[in-house]
Each structure stands twice: as structure tokens, then as C-alpha cells.
Design a protein around this ligand. Structure first.
Ligand code: TRP
Length: 449
């Protein structure tokens, strides 16, 4: 059994070392496991919720795409796409919005945090809150449910959103599934073993703390950042305390067990901080230099990246398009055409109630009409001199006599034993003429019962 793993990356920034160790590297490794069917995407619709700077959105999408590919993600093995290239996602978002309880969304952390902040500062509770922010979890539920993901690797702050996706998906299943489960219930996957990297100042590495180490921008940028890692003031030669040095934590996240053991030993022996920073740089550069070069090659050829992402979107839509069609059907958004044809029950009724109506024309002749169930005139007979012969012909047709339909122009006529007995209405085009012939045939077809 394959496990479908899906996760999105909001495209508002440039990936840093913490993102790499905490999310990108483990996701790429997971995608290489046997039995993994990975869906990774750029959550650029989500980015619009937080950012109204088009240049930054565009730049970030490019940088994040290049980072994942340079990091070793194989787009032939995984499905790698931009959320905004899948029109089925906003469409599903709406179907889910219509079943999502407002009360559920009232409880979403991100929205609640904004409201609480407003209340604290005496503002209107909803000041600065867009509908995008409020509906954020529904869009995320659509991302996940669209592809029936089993596992969703996310940070702790996103667990609630995955739970909401379950809640909303379950509700949809219940309302429209008719015993069938459209959506798989996703589970958040929190990798306990994955490093949360400390930043330069020892707090969690995060853009909002301005304490990050750049990942692929340049070796110099990385070196400069490393030189700003905060350490204690012990001089070279003095024993250091590796367990209380976030420089050591950073080193450990990229080193083998042996390398880390050696480094620990050297610090205990009094390795100077300047020297230690140099070691950290060498370790990181050794692992990232080649990838960095690949990254810059990718960034330099944005058209190639575009092609890769569009191919990924096509792959994703092979699943999304037919699935969404089923979902649309389930809620009642169906083609009028297919609903007539699809329902055998309805067809039978229509046949049963197609009826012959005889009448006398103004000139005294006897005629009949064949009317469909909805009253549409399917046939008008020729003029008969007496009611008896008109009745005989309509009876013959009713009993499924060998009716011969001949198309002429935009009309058609009906023949029995080489004699024209009735004609159909003139249609506006060939398509509707053929449809009328089809309805006539159905009305005349001998009935099974
Ligand atoms: N909200 C996620 C974050 O900020 C990004 C995201 C969007 C996501 N859609 C998703 C993650 C679907 C997992 C699954 O981290």
C-alpha cells in the first residue's frame, strides 16, 4: 500500500537553514522511501493571505521551487506543483466552505490570535482580518482533501488545521457521500526527531526574529551569519559547554554521530569560538556548496522551472479534475444532458408517458401527434381521410412497428411500409435535430415491461 504524503509551503520568504533542516530535508528524504507517494506544492494562494507585495510573492515562489529541486527533490518521482495552477482547488474550497461550520473557523488559532490582539488594544475585534485569513483552514482542507492525503507533515502550529480538514471532510462525506467516503481522513505528521534549529541568538531560527542563517544565497552570506552566532565569553583554551551552546546544536543537526562527538571533545578541550565557527562553516559548506550551485543554475533559468511546475500541475490535475467532477455531481451540480441519460428510471418514465393525441384538423381531416412526457411535440401525422386509418397507424407505431425515420435538412419524417405517415418539427441546427430524432426513437422503442 502506498502512503500519500502531502504538504504545502507558503511562498512568502526565502528558505533559510532552519527551513531546510526542519522541513525541506526531511520531506525530500521521505519522498525517497519506498511506498511513498509525495505531493509537495507551493501554497501561493495561502501566501496572498499574508502578503500583498506581488514582487515578493513572485520572487519567493521562484526561490522556494529552486530550493526544493536543488535540495534533491525529484519531480519525476513526486508530484511538485503550484497550488495556483490547480483551478480545482479554489472550486473545492467553495464546496467545502458551504459545509464548514462558522463556529469551527471561529476557533482557528491564527484568526483568534488576531482577534485577541485587537481586543487587547481596544480595536474592533475584526480589524485587519480578511476573509482570506478567516477561511485559511478551508483552503488548506481543500489542498489536503483534493488528493486524499493520508499523512500531512506540518509544524505544530498547523495541527489544528489538519484536524479541521478532517472535520470538514467528514461532514462532506456524511452529507453527500451516500454511504461512500469521498475523502480520506488525513493525519498530521509531526516529526519528533527533526531538528528545530536555533537561530543566531539561540531562539528558534525564524525570519520574524531576524536570526536566520541563509541557505543558498551565497557562501559569504552564510559565513557572515555564522560569525554573528552568539556565544559565551569563554576565551580560547577555556573548556566550553557544548550542551549549552546553540552553535553546537547547529553543528549536530548536520554532522554524523562521529563528527559531532569529535567536535564536542574539541570544545571541551578549549577550542576557540572563532575556530568553532570556522568548523561549522566548513561542515555546512561541504554539504551545501554543490546544491547551492545547482540552486543558482535553476534560478537563472526560470522558464525551465516554469515547465517543471506546469508538468507537475498536469500530473496533479489528472487526479483533481475527475475527482472534482464526482464531487460536483454529488452536490447536484450536474449536466442537464447527462442527468437525463444517466437516470434509467427517468427514461423509462419518459417513455411510458410519451403519448399519442389524435385530433381533427380544420379541414376535417384526422391527425395525431406524438407528445413526449414533457409535452414536446415529437411527431405530427399526415392528414388521414378518416379516424380509423389514423388510429391504425398510431396503433402500429405504439406497438413498436418498423418505423423508418428519414432525416431531411433540419427536419425528419417517419415512414411505414414506404409511405410517409408523419413528420418531426424543424430544428434550429443539426445537433438539435439529431437530439429530437433520438428522443423520438426512445419514445417509440418497444418497452421491456
Ligand atoms: N498552512 C501551511 C503553513 O503555513 C502551508 C500549507 C498550505 C499546507 N496548505 C497546506 C501544509 C496543506 C500542509 C497541507 O505551513
Amino acid at each position: 500500500m502506498t502512503t500519500r504524503i502531502l504538504t504545502g509551503i507558503t511562498t512568502t520568504g526565502t528558505p533559510h537553514l532552519g527551513n531546510y533542516a526542519g522541513a525541506i530535508r526531511p520531506a525530500i528524504l521521505a519522498s525517497q522511501q519506498p511506498g511513498a507517494d509525495s505531493f509537495y506544492f507551493l501554497a501561493d494562494y495561502h501566501a496572498l493571505i499574508k502578503c500583498d507585495d506581488p514582487l515578493r510573492i513572485q520572487r519567493s515562489r521562484l526561490e522556494i521551487a529552486a530550493t526544493w529541486l536543488a535540495g534533491g527533490l525529484d519531480p519525476n518521482k513526486v508530484t511538485f506543483y503550484r497550488q495556483s495552477d490547480i483551478p480545482e482547488i479554489p472550486e473545492l474550497t467553495w464546496l467545502l466552505t458551504c459545509v464548514a461550520a462558522k463556529g469551527l473557523l471561529n476557533r482557528a488559532h491564527a484568526y483568534k490570535a488576531s482577534v485577541d490582539k485587537n481586543l487587547e488594544t481596544g480595536e474592533d475585534p475584526d480589524a485587519g482580518v480578511s476573509m482570506g485569513l478567516y477561511s485559511y483552514p478551508v483552503l488548506m482542507a481543500a489542498d489536503i482533501l483534493m488528493f486524499n492525503a493520508h499523512k500531512v507533515p506540518v509544524g505544530r502550529d498547523q495541527i489544528q488545521h489538519v484536524e479541521m480538514a478532517r472535520d470538514i471532510g467528514q461532514r462532506f462525506n456524511h452529507l453527500f457521500g451516500q454511504g461512500k467516503e469521498f475523502f480520506v481522513m488525513p493525519e498530521a505528521l509531526i516529526e519528533e526527531s527533526v531538528a528545530t534549529l536555533p537561530g543566531l541568538d539561540g531562539r528558534k531560527m525564524s525570519k520574524s526574529y531576524d536570526n536566520t542563517i541563509p541557505l543558498f544565497t551565497s557562501a559569504k552570506d552564510m559565513k557572515d551569519a555564522i560569525s554573528r552566532i552568539v556565544t559565551d565569553s569563554r576565551a580560547p583554551g577555556e573548556a566550553k559547554d557544548p550542551d549549552n551552546a546553540h552553535l553546537f546544536t547547529l553543528y549536530q543537526a548536520f554532522a554524523s554521530v562521529d563528527q559531532a562527538g569529535e567536535f564536542r571533545e574539541e570544545l571541551l578541550q578549549g577550542l576557540g569560538w572563532g575556530e568553532a565557527k570556522q568548523r561549522l562553516f566548513q561542515l555546512l559548506d561541504g554539504q551545501l556548496a554543490e546544491k547551492r550551485e545547482h540552486y543558482h543554475q535553476l534560478i537563472a533559468r526560470p522558464a525551465d522551472l516554469e515547465d517543471i511546475l506546469l508538468a507537475g500541475a498536469a500530473k496533479a490535475r489528472k487526479i483533481a479534475t475527475p475527482f472534482l467532477e464526482q464531487l460536483r455531481e454529488s452536490v447536484g451540480l450536474r449536466s442537464f444532458r447527462s442527468s437525463v441519460q444517466a437516470s434509467a428510471e427517468g427514461k423509462k418514465k419518459a417513455v411510458k408517458s410519451a403519448r399519442f393525441v389524435s385530433f381533427r384538423d380544420e379541414d376535417g381531416s384526422f391527425r395525431f401527434r406524438l407528445l413526449a412526457a414533457d409535452g414536446e411535440q415529437l411527431l405530427l401525422s399526415k392528414r388521414f381521410a378518416d379516424g380509423k386509418s389514423a388510429g391504425a397507424v398510431s396503433k402500429q407505431l405504439q406497438q413498436g412497428g418498423d418505423a423508418d425515420v428519414r432525416v431531411e435538412g433540419l427536419g425528419f419524417s417517419l415512414w411505414l411500409a414506404d409511405e410517409q405517415v408523419a413528420e418531426g418539427p424543424q430544428a434550429v441546427d443539426e445537433q438539435s435535430r439529431d437530439a429530437a430524432v433520438q428522443r423520438l426513437r426512445e419514445a417509440l422503442a418497444p418497452q421491456a415491461d
